[in-house]
Every structure is written in C-alpha cells, then in structure tokens.
Ligand binder design. Sequence first.
Ligand SMILES: Cc1cc2nc3c(=O)[nH]c(=O)nc-3n(C[C@H](O)[C@H](O)[C@H](O)COP(=O)(O)O)c2cc1C
Length: 216
Amino acid sequence: MKDNVVNNDFKDVVFNRQSVRKFDPTVKITHEEFTKMIEETTSAPSACNLQAWHFVIVDTPEGKEKLKSYFMKFNLPQVETCSAMVLLFGDTEAYKSYRDLWTKAYHNGQIDKAKLDEVFNTFLPLYESANYETLVMDATVDTTLAAMQFMLIARSHGYETNPIGGYNTKKAAEIWGLDSKRFIPVMAIAIGKREAGAKPEVKSVRYPVEQVYQFA
Ligand SMILES: Cc1cc2nc3c(=O)[nH]c(=O)nc-3n(C[C@H](O)[C@H](O)[C@H](O)COP(=O)(O)O)c2cc1C
C-alpha cells in the first residue's frame, strides 16, 4: 500500500493541530488512504489489547444527508465541507473476537504458550464476566485513544480534523444499521483540508499548567 505520510515533523503534527471547522469541499480522500489511516490508527493502545473500536467513514452525499438528520446545527458547516466524517464507536462485544486474535498470534509465533494461557485465563474471563457498564467504559476509553491517534495520523497525511460530540447520540448507531446496544457512539471526527485562503482558527486557550497537575 502506498505510504501517504506527508508530514513527519512530530512538533508540527502534534502542536499545530487545531480544530478546523471549514474545509475545502472539493478535496476527496481515497478509500485506499482511509484504509491506511485506520490501519495506522489501530496501533493505538487499548485495555488488555481489546481494541474495542469501530469506525464508520461517511464520504457520500447520501451519507452526509443522514448526518444532517442528527448532527447539531452548529456542526453543519463541518458536515457540509469535510472530505469525510469518521464516526467512532466503542464495540462492547469486542471481547468475542479476542480468542481468535490471540490464537492466531500464537500460531504465527508472535506470542508463546505462557502468554496465550495468561490471556485466556486472566484477561478474557474479566471481559466475559464484566457487566455492561464496564464494557461500555472500556470501549469508550479505547475508542477515545483511537480518536486522538486518528487526528494525529490525519495531520501526518496532510489533513486537518475537528472532533465532534454535538449530535443526537440516541440515533448515532441505528442510523448506520448498527446495533445500538453493542456500538456506543464516542465521537465523530470531520477530516479534510483547510479551505484555501480561510482565516486561521483562533488558537484555543488552555488552563495554566499549574492548575492542572500535582506531584504526589
Ligand atoms: C469529545 C469532544 C467533542 C467535541 N465536540 C465538538 C462539537 O460538537 N463541535 C465543535 O465544533 N467542536 C467540538 N469539539 C472541539 C473542541 O471544541 C476543541 O477541541 C477545543 O475547543 C480545543 O480546541 P482545539 O481542538 O483547536 O485545540 C469537541 C472536542 C472533543 C474532544
């Protein structure tokens, strides 16, 4: 697969990330590049390597009409101009694929039998016996890390993003034919290129660092 990384400058990728809310609507991102970006995104860490995330990439006019039906009004400029809206869901049933993932890793020689036994006897039972709220929380944490990873990966591919939580979460899964008990909406991320000649966004302010940390 072609390597689409165009920006390998860590400082620029991380510290010049800003929420962009108006994109160049003519910019298309190929499905091949999305596949690569999602693959890169899934290098994010997750609890017990559960990888409890699921992505829906909306890049068609019909899909955008559906977004408009449940996104808040103030997010419509992003919906209308982005190259795509990536919807991130936590998958509360990810643990059901867990056995296969680790068995394959064992057969491929990536882990030894002791690790396989640890996974089956320690981690897997935790999830198989977990209550729904715990599964939702774990899936939300995993998917939030994937969201941040995706926004930085996007920048390394030359795109800008805006994370979005302003939509009707009750409709978020069902509208895409997903089981709303299994798939928990975590956030949406608009992706595209900043509109040429657009005014730069106002840099968002942060609390003074002294206010947000302590040593212990
Ligand atoms: C979970 C989450 C939900 C957000 N929801 C929205 C939203 O609905 N609409 C919007 O314009 N920005 C949204 N934002 C973007 C924040 O306003 C933005 O990240 C924050 O002001 C900091 O600015 P920066 O991203 O430019 O650093 C959201 C961000 C996060 C992390």
